[in-house]
Every structure is written in C-alpha cells, then in structure tokens.
Design a protein around this ligand. Sequence first.
Ligand code: AMP
Length: 209
Amino acid sequence: MSAEQPVYRSVLLLGPPGSGKGTQGKVLSQMPGFVHVSSGDMFRNLDHQSDRGRLLLEYSTRGELVPDDVTIRLWRHHMERMAKSGQFDIKRDVLLLDGIPRSAHQAEMLADNVDMLLLLHLQASQEAMVERIHKRALQENRLDDINPDVVRRRFQEYEAATAPVLEFYPTDKIRTVDAGAAPLEVLRQIIEVLQVMLFPETLQHSIAV
Ligand code: AMP
C-alpha cells in the first residue's frame, strides 16, 4: 500500500439493489467504532443545481454507474471531509462501505485506501428484492427505483459489474448472509459474523431463552 494514501479499515457490504445494505449499515453505525458510508447517499446529497450534481444524477436516474474516476475522486474527498470534521476517526473506526467498490476496477483503484477486513455478501434473489425496491421508491421518492426499466437495468449492472468484486478479494474474508430473511434476522447473522471475524474475544455463550 502506498504511504501517501490514508488507509481505512473497512467492512464491505455487497449485495444487489434492495438487499438491505443501507438499512443494515445505518443500524450498525449506531455502534461506537463503526461508520457507515454509502456512495449512493454521497451522490444523492450532491447539489443537484450544480452542473456536476445534475450530470451525476442523470447516471443514477438511468440506473447506470457513474464513471470510476469521478466516483473514486469524490469518495476520497468525502472521506477526507469526514475525517477532518471528526465524523470518522481513522485510527479508531471501521468503515461500513455500502455501494463502493461497485466493480472489480473500483476495487483495484481503492486498494491503496481500503484495508478490507471483511466482505459481507448480502445474497438475495431478484424477485424477492423487486418488491422491497418498489416500496422504497414510494417511501423515499427515489427516482432510480420508480421506473421498472431502470430497476431491471440496476440488477443487470449488479450482475455484470458488481458481482465480480467477489472474485477480487480473498475467499477467507468473505461471508455470505441470507438477505432475503427478515431485516432483524439479517442483522443477527451480520452481528454473528462481525463478532466471529473481527471481535472473537467478545463472544460469549448464548443466552438461554
Ligand atoms: P445506490 O444507492 O448504492 O443504489 O446507488 C444509487 C446510484 O448511485 C447508482 O445506481 C449509481 O448511479 C450511483 N452509484 C452509487 N455508488 C456508485 C459507485 N460506487 N460507482 C458508480 N456509481 C455509483
């Protein structure tokens, strides 16, 4: 890893649209020592009146990925700002990365910044996720989830570009959870994996119920 780049200890949340990366990332970031960073939120929070914001919104509205160089540059700035403002402490905190890296090429570009501790693969079928996405579109007014053609395109994009991220990282750091289960059960599975993989010393015997 290069000396100039800050290196972030990271847990990657990887899964198709609707698999709960954002939901689980937000819940886990309530725990001290975890910070959730969603690249989708990063793009959605750009000023859409600006030329750049408008341009980037066009990609997500079409269900296409934003070009890698812009994405990685923006993400690096975003991380620097979070570190400067104290929202993220590079020595203490673990990043929960949601939506990035989105392709093997992005994973390569981030290799100098990301110390990948664990990849949580949220596995779910497209049919199960489509209904969730539809609900989310109505609740959050997400333009990219309202149009069925765009949703289909986002799944195709996931299969073609994002799923290969699984090949990029060593298998002993990848754990799969069943993202089709109820959100609380998915959270339970994730907590179990986090404990075993990152904090084995905190494991205790199960509570009898
Ligand atoms: P998400 O909220 O993760 O589903 O992302 C919403 C949209 O933002 C995607 O459909 C892309 O247009 C864009 N986006 C988010 N993350 C990335 C990324 N890592 N690379 C390229 N485009 C991204």
